[in-house]
Design a protein. Structure first.
Length: 210
């Protein structure tokens, strides 16, 4: 007689499947992972994962959505800490870096995997947007408080690009002979904020020749 699965059993299996899938996708990419391989890693029959997810794409979308939400939660928590805008900004950078270093597989499936974020998996788009929106909304608050005078959208995405680039270089062991990655991020953030705090001079209008 087959064993009856409790809700806890189902939850535990889904969580373990997601954990294994996150690691496999991060290491081998989307095309390098099969449902059969995931089943073998879990010690179950090849058909078992299909009881919990429609297909491989469904699994990837689920684990990416989970990663984006955890990432956004970490940044939002840091931004809610007391302090001035500069201090909170540094706390967010620290939270970003800590998440990336403690969860390298989750970070890679968010930003370093060739798979679209589309309407086929409705839970993924809002999770990805939540993370992206947080970056720009933080810059908008800095602009409102007068910390920066630059376009907050451009500033937010530039800051994100700088942080992400530093994380990827660190994970690729390309900073071994360079500066400490945390000091580098502080320098980048301070430099960007300083530059964005200066209102660019407007070029004088040229008068049309009559």
């Amino acid at each position: 007689m087959p064993r009856y699965l409790t809700e806890q059993d189902i939850s535990d299996f889904r969580n373990e499947l997601c954990r294994v899938a996150t690691e496999r996708f991060a290491r081998h990419g989307y095309e390098g992972v099969t449902m059969r391989q995931l089943a073998e890693a879990l010690g179950c029959s090849p058909k078992t994962p299909y009881r919990y997810f429609k297909d491989k794409a469904d699994i990837l979308a689920t684990v990416r959505a989970q990663a984006f939400n955890r990432f956004a939660e970490a940044l939002e928590k840091a931004a809610a800490a007391p302090g001035d805008p500069t201090g909170r900004g540094r706390a967010v950078i620290e939270a970003y870096l800590d998440f990336a270093l403690r969860n390298p597989h989750a970070y890679r499936i968010m930003f370093d995997i060739d798979a679209p974020i589309d309407a086929n998996h409705p839970e993924l788009g809002p999770a990805a947007d939540r993370a992206a929106r947080f970056i720009t909304s933080g810059a908008e608050r800095m602009a409102e408080l007068g910390v920066i005078a630059a376009d907050p959208l451009m500033f937010g995405w530039s800051m994100w690009a700088a942080i992400h680039g530093t994380v990827m270089l660190h994970q690729a062991a390309m900073l071994k002979h360079g500066p400490d990655h945390r000091e580098m991020l502080v320098f980048l953030a301070d430099t960007l904020v300083k530059g964005a705090g200066q209102v660019p001079a407007k070029a004088p209008r040229r008068r049309k020749k009559r």
